[in-house]
Design a protein around this ligand. Sequence first.
Ligand code: TZP
Ligand code: MG
Length: 210
Amino acid sequence: MALSLPPLYPILDASFLPDFERGAYLMRVVCELEEAGVTLLQYRNKHSVEEIPHDALIMRGGATSAVRLIMNDHPELAVDAGFNGVHVGQTDVAPLEARKVVGPERIVGVSTHNRAQLEAADKMPVDYIAFGPVFTTASKANPDPVVGLDGVSEVRSLTKKPLVAIGGITLENARSVLDAGANSVAVISAIFGPGKDSAKIAKDFLRIFR
Ligand code: TZP
Ligand code: MG
């Protein structure tokens, strides 16, 4: 059965985690996001694989089963931490390999950045396809060219799989991204970062989508 995606897919990037009381922050933010209505949450750590198991266990402990937790890049660590799935990019382990590791029940998502990659992903054993960057982003090293709203509408007809738009999505432009055909928006910096009330912002996103 096709995966039903919520309209908001926050990505908690470990670079935004505080050095001081990191675990307490993680536990709190996961609880608060769940309370705000978030039901799909990705953990992304490009900096240190060693940090992942501990962070992931705290996240799994902080969220009920109502929140599906997705691990960026590392299928084995997703399984070890009791996460609900894994997200892989074009240069990571291939989706088929990721599927073998996480099994048939967990979610596998893949990043795509152009039409050819999206068409290839459509034939792979993945539950959703991410596409972007839709807008300019500072959260990814060496991002692919911006695809824009036109890019989202163009690829919409190429797949029946759930389409997750990513890259530079904010409270101001999120509605237009769903209107262009995305099922969900994946968001890092508009939700997480110094001084940001992530749960309140998540609520604001969800309000826009109602
Ligand atoms: N893949 C394409 S853009 C992007 C990733 C991981 C970064 C998205 O972050 P932000 O801060 O929401 O632009
Ligand atoms: Mg990756």
